[in-house]
Design a protein around this ligand. Structure first.
Ligand SMILES: [Zn+2]
Length: 247
């Protein structure tokens, strides 16, 4: 039984088709991943904005409460002063004076706290504004990747179908004896199932190809790299160059 020979052009075409298919599949795969990541980011930004709003609200409620407490204490001081004006004894006067002083002191502390809190109001508002801007940017990014993939997906799917058909046709041109070992290496290596010979080396693993093996590749014998298993072929023009050297 003679060894089958292959038109080297078929191997070049097969490798090109495998690479193109793998590129298209990768892009089809990448789109949904980018969308998912953008969705997760937008959801995260939404949570941060809600948190900023909740914090600001809690802060405002606490501030309102302090201000109410402050006003209540001022009223209390006034009431105590009125009572003191009508004090029946020195002792009562003294007690009321102490009470007024204590209430005022407590209110001074409260006033400091209120002033400090008023200073922080802007910080809370800034945090909300920042979170709103970040959410808006995240939504914009999501919209962008969704739109891009929506317009790209049908073309990519069309391209994939076309490449698969071309690949099937090219595979059918392989001699029957080669198909099984070819399929095996495709299953194992995908787009790296084939490799061109560059500088008399396998371009996949850079192992040197012995001269007699190289001659066999040139005449179209099916050769798989002994080191990496890739199916070897020579790039266009190599046959002619080799023949020139023989002349
Ligand atoms: Zn190799």
């Amino acid at each position: 039984m003679s060894t089958p020979t292959i038109d080297l052009e078929i191997l070049r075409t097969l490798h090109r088709l495998h690479r193109q298919l793998s590129d298209v599949r990768e892009r089809l795969d990448r789109g949904p991943k980018q969308i998912k990541a953008a969705e997760a980011n937008a959801a995260h930004r939404q949570t941060l904005l809600e948190q900023a709003r909740t914090d600001e609200k809690a802060f405002r409620v606490a501030l309102d409460q302090k201000q109410l407490q402050f006003k209540g204490a001022e009223v209390q001081v006034k009431d105590l002063e009125i009572k003191r004006n009508t004090a029946q004894s020195n002792r009562e006067y003294q007690l009321l004076t102490e009470q007024i002083q204590a209430t005022r002191m407590a209110n001074d502390v409260l006033a400091d706290e209120i002033l400090e809190a008023l200073d922080r109001t802007e910080q809370y508002k800034d945090r909300i504004r920042q979170a709103e801007a970040e959410l808006s940017a995240a939504k914009g990014k999501l919209d962008k990747v969704q739109t891009a993939f929506c317009s790209e997906e049908p073309q990519l799917k069309e391209k994939m179908k076309q490449l698969e058909t071309e690949l099937k046709t090219a595979e059918e041109s392989l001699p029957p004896e080669i198909r099984e070992p070819y399929r095996r290496v495709v299953r194992q290596r995908g787009e790296d199932a084939l490799a061109s010979v560059e500088n008399q080396s396998c371009s996949g693993c850079h192992q040197k190809i012995p001269l007699n093996t190289y001659s066999l590749i040139l005449v179209g014998q099916p050769i798989f790299c002994k080191t990496c298993g890739r199916m070897l072929y020579t790039p266009e023009g190599h046959v002619r160059e080799a023949r020139k050297e023989e002349e």
